[in-house]
Ligand binder design. Structure first.
Ligand SMILES: Nc1ncnc2c1ncn2[C@@H]1O[C@H](COP(=O)(O)OP(=O)(O)O)[C@@H](O)[C@H]1O
Ligand SMILES: [Mg+2]
Length: 253
């Protein structure tokens, strides 16, 4: 027993499992089979794209990882926690460890950049001093240190997404989930956002990006999981959006 614990502790980060799904199915009311018998593992520190047509089950997969949706059958482990068997009072602690970013930013329009991020910290229980200490570093990380007093309406789409990413990072999550993070952005701005997600991944966080965006997937040369009608149909270590492995594997955006 002791030997097992010791060998796990000395494994490199990349070999630890951050996410494990075993035979997971999701059947929504109305008999919509959103995910069918999905089994997969994602190592800690990996950067993974989730691709597939609209309705393929990408968002459902991400929602399972924060217990926003629950599976009908199967088991889900997030960083060693059995999410599928989790009690309601354990969900806030899970969500503090997972940052989430969406397509439409979800910022409070009548609050400044600083207030939007501070609000996210306060609702997860951070004290005033902690907010004052953490806020400048997280705004600097996303490149918005000079805009703390701007309102969302005064920012470009790319800047608004950076605020949303800052908000997702305030609790230093070990896992960042992004659901179509470039869906409302032009191609050049999208590449900047993906670069930022790669930078966050380089600090050790596991990053999952659900996307329709061919350009960001093909330029990143990272692992691709493809879903079709709720079934995992492709898992490539260094994939394109479509089929076919990239030759210059490992070269990030
Ligand atoms: N809350 C829900 N209730 C019923 N059906 C849903 C719900 N959410 C998603 N679905 C259905 O589940 C399937 C997968 O949806 P989703 O995970 O959002 O796919 P994607 O993100 O790949 O577009 C779709 O057919 C969708 O209509
Ligand atoms: Mg979706």
């Amino acid at each position: 027993m002791t030997t097992t614990t010791a060998s796990v502790a000395t494994q490199p980060v990349s070999q630890r499992i951050a996410i494990a799904l075993k035979s997971v199915s999701v059947l929504y009311p109305g008999h919509c089979q959103a995910l069918s018998n999905v089994s997969l593992e994602i190592g800690a520190g990996e950067f993974v794209f989730i691709v597939g047509a609209s309705g393929a089950g990408k968002s459902t997969l991400l929602k399972l990882l924060t217990h926003e949706e629950s599976c009908t059958s199967g088991t889900i482990f997030v960083e060693g926690c059995d999410v599928s068997g989790m009690k309601v009072n354990q969900i806030p602690a899970l969500r503090r460890r997972v940052g989430v970013v969406y397509q439409n930013f979800g910022l409070l329009p009548d609050r400044t950049v600083y207030e939007n991020v501070a609000f996210a910290m306060r609702v997860t229980g951070a004290g005033r001093r902690e907010v004052i200490r953490r806020l400048p570093e997280v705004l600097e990380l996303v490149g918005l240190q000079s805009r703390p007093d701007a309102f969302p309406g005064q920012l470009s789409g790319g800047e608004q997404q950076r605020v949303a990413i800052a908000r997702a990072l305030v609790n230093r999550p070990s896992l960042l989930l992004a659901d179509e993070p470039t869906g409302n952005l032009d191609p050049e701005t999208s590449l900047g956002i993906v670069e930022l997600l790669h930078d966050i991944n380089a600090t050790g966080a596991t990053v999952l990006v659900a996307t329709h965006d061919v350009a960001i997937v093909d330029r990143s040369a990272r692992r691709v999981l493809e879903f079709a009608d709720g079934v995992l149909v492709r898992d490539e270590a260094c994939g394109r959006y479509g089929r076919g492995v990239l030759e210059d594997c490992g070269e990030a955006v």
